[in-house]
Design a protein around this ligand. Structure first.
Ligand code: PMP
Length: 413
């Protein structure tokens, strides 16, 4: 486990920022442990959305009237906030997308179509979300490239020896997540990146499960692409970013054609806009991008080290409590994890556990978590997954454990 600080946070104050938490579900106070799917939104993010629609809704970039200028500057302020959030070198390396899924599809499609050739190899890991598998399968099929998969250890860690064996001068792209949504494993991405660069392959990091929990410094990592979804970091759904190194993005052809991504259009020829607009065709998701800045400020003001320390304490507490239940088997026991714990209970289907916990007001996720191949490698259909955010508490974990004890007692005689 990581070296951990004592978190400097005021949990009651934080919980007060999240209106959704203060409600009853099935007659019980809501315990929200589905944060890896999407986490809840603080008041300031919700306020930014209503402020935008009530005060300055206008289309951006092309307008010269006051509202259009205000909306444009708020939209671009979020780009600056995200630029700093991941310590990119240039602000134009931040491209707004609808989230990680679109970011990966953009790279697979634009980079892949332009540069992949028959026999080239793409490496992913056995820990990947479907959105970091399927786009690569699609482009591999189209370009007759080969997809290779790094094996996973029984604890749910990437097997670096196997990765080393897969790397060769045929490897063109390596795409792995920073942290696994199903198991919580934090991958040694810096090492993975430098090993790929040694064979001159590019690396895409899926940061969906990292942005709310781990420090991200794309220059230090030296990754070529990094993908983030706003809704997994206390921001609105429907937006996120693709970070790409400027020299790569400049070489890549546009992903979608339309307004905004052009400099000049005639029926004979179109010239494309500069970065980042080349990749932002059409009217973007202005309101959600604007509100994402408030999510960045929320995280920055709390301090990622405090968030990580609090969540790490919750994870350790939950893991110990779950391990003490003899019927529970933990899935995903890597030594370095974000606050996600998957488990199964012998002879009880995860869906039944999920439904019975919901009856007690506790929201967990059940199923394959969009990682079917990973579940296959454990020989299971799915898990129950509890994932924690900065507003969760030990008392809530106690309620889940109490619920599980009841379910076990009721269903396993
Ligand atoms: N990768 C990982 C690791 C994820 O957890 C998710 C969301 N569950 C995604 C990719 C896809 O993100 P989105 O649905 O926001 O595009």
């Amino acid at each position: 486990m990581n070296a951990v600080l004592t978190p400097k946070i005021d949990i009651e104050k934080i919980r007060g920022e999240f209106p959704i938490l203060h409600q009853q579900i099935n007659g019980k106070p809501l315990v929200y442990f589905d944060n890896a799917a999407t986490n809840q939104k603080p008041k300031r993010v919700i306020k930014a959305l209503t402020d935008y629609y009530q005060g300055y809704n206008a289309n951006i970039h092309r307008g010269i009237h006051t509202l259009a200028e205000k909306a444009t500057s708020a939209y671009e302020d979020t780009r600056v906030a995200m630029w700093k959030f991941i310590n990119a070198q240039h602000v134009e390396e931040i491209i707004f997308t609808s989230g990680v899924t679109e970011s990966i599809n953009l790279v697979a499609s634009s980079y892949g179509r332009a540069f992949l050739k028959e026999g080239d190899e793409i490496i992913i890991s056995g820990l990947e979300h479907h959105s970091n598998i399927v786009p690569w399968q699609m482009i591999a099929e189209e370009k007759k490239a080969i997809l290779k998969v790094i094996s996973i250890t029984p604890a749910g860690e990437i097997d670096l020896d196997h990765y080393k064996k897969l790397l060769s001068d045929r490897t063109k792209i390596v795409a792995v997540n920073h942290a696994s949504n199903s198991l919580g494993t934090i991958n040694p991405v810096k090492e993975i990146i430098s090993m790929a660069h040694a064979v001159e392959a590019f690396v895409l990091i899926d940061g969906a499960q990292a942005s709310a929990h781990l420090p991200i410094d794309v220059q230090d990592l030296d990754c070529d692409f990094y993908c983030i979804s706003s809704h997994k970091m206390y921001g609105p759904t429907g937006t996120g970013i693709l970070y790409g190194k400027k020299k790569l993005l400049e070489k890549m052809p546009p992903y979608m054609g339309g307004g905004e991504m052009i400099k000049d259009v005639t029926f004979a020829k179109t010239t494309y806009n500069d970065l980042p607009y080349k990749f932002e065709a059409g009217t973007p998701n202005i309101a959600d991008v604007v509100a994402l800045k408030e999510a960045v400020l929320f995280i920055n003001e709390l301090g990622k080290e405090n968030i990580a320390a609090h969540e790490h304490n919750l994870l350790q507490y939950a893991t110990a409590k779950l391990s003490a239940l003899p019927q529970v088997k933990l899935i995903g026991t890597a030594s370095n994890k974000v606050s996600v714990q998957s488990f199964i209970i012998d002879r009880i289907h995860p869906f039944d556990i999920g439904q019975m916990l919901d009856a007690r007001g506790i929201a967990v996720r059940t199923g394959h978590h969009c990682t079917q191949p990973l579940m296959d490698s454990f020989g299971i259909e799915g898990t129950v997954r509890a994932s924690f955010a900065v507003y969760n508490t030990r008392e809530e974990i106690d309620q889940m454990i109490e619920g599980l004890k009841r379910i076990i007692g009721f269903l396993i005689k």
